[in-house]
Design a protein around this ligand. Structure first.
Ligand code: ADP
Ligand code: ADP
Length: 230
């Protein structure tokens, strides 16, 4: 069952850069998907289309059976379904304490105080950061910050989580922790999409891989199809 798909998606920045060229892809429900490709390939631009932050120059996106629309009400629905974790936690963490940071998203969903508190605790337990709930995010290590940023998205209970370079800059233990979290979320049925240029990690983690180069999908398949020597 396809959860998120694009059809002939193209995007050109105002300065004329053709960042995405005719991208057609399908992401199936509850899969672990990786988009790989060098810097500048278009991964971040593609991701910002997945939650409606950027509107395609041409082409369409389908999310959960519906063509994406860009009015305020439709975008609110999209952002409840699609959670995005940015590459740099500093783009995401800005509250004075960890628990307030994680509470920010669910509070904006208009949930009750009790429900927000419950979700914050659950999410922080899941990423093993509960004992840091009253600490300042900026005093944490990079790996800890990454896990807090992920907790903030978990607490919104999205159906699909998109993570831009989730393991970049982490030590091996930090990478393992993040992958364990993502695998656990996936086991509960969440669709996970990551971007990375860490081939070894992707080979271990992903069910399905798309190779993006220069704004185009140049290969797609499971890890055997993508990484085996031909
Ligand atoms: P990746 O995430 O794979 O590194 P990006 O999506 O960031 O790739 O970039 C794709 C292309 O679009 C690159 O050529 C990049 O230089 C260009 N680009 C990214 N952001 C902008 C922008 N705001 N204005 C113009 N060009 C941009
Ligand atoms: P309630 O307490 O009313 O049952 P929840 O807080 O458990 O509601 O869930 C709220 C919404 O989030 C529901 O639509 C539920 O389907 C969804 N949801 C709950 N857990 C997850 C999860 N792990 N991944 C994705 N969506 C979830």
């Amino acid at each position: 069952e396809v959860y998120l798909s694009t059809k002939n998606l193209s995007f050109t920045y105002p300065d004329g850069t053709h960042a995405l060229k005719n991208i057609t892809l399908e992401i199936k429900k509850a899969r672990k998907v990786a988009i790989i490709g060098p810097n500048g390939a278009g991964k971040s631009t593609l991701f910002s289309h997945f939650n409606g932050l950027t509107e395609a120059t041409s082409g369409t996106i389908e999310l959960d059976g519906e063509t994406m629309k860009y009015d305020k009400k439709s975008l609110l629905e999209v952002r409840q379904k699609v959670g995005i974790v940015f590459q740099d936690p500093n783009d995401q963490l800005f509250a004075p304490t960890v628990k307030e940071d994680v509470a920010f998203g669910p509070m904006n969903l208009g949930l009750s105080y009790e429900e927000v508190e419950k979700r914050v605790d659950e999410a922080l337990e899941m990423v093993e950061m509960i004992e840091f709930k009253d600490k300042t995010p900026h005093h944490l290590s990079g790996g800890q910050q990454k896990r807090v940023a992920i907790a903030g998205i978990i607490a919104m209970r999205p159906e699909i989580m998109i993570l831009d370079e989730p393991t970049a800059g982490l030590d091996p233990a930090g990478v393992e922790k993040v992958l364990t979290i993502l695998n656990n979320l996936n086991k509960e049925g969440m669709t996970i999409v990551i971007s990375s240029h860490d081939i070894e990690m992707v080979n271990e983690f992903a069910d399905e891989i798309f190779v993006l180069s220069n704004g185009e999908i140049i290969a797609n398949g499971d890890k055997h199809e993508i990484f085996s020597d031909k």
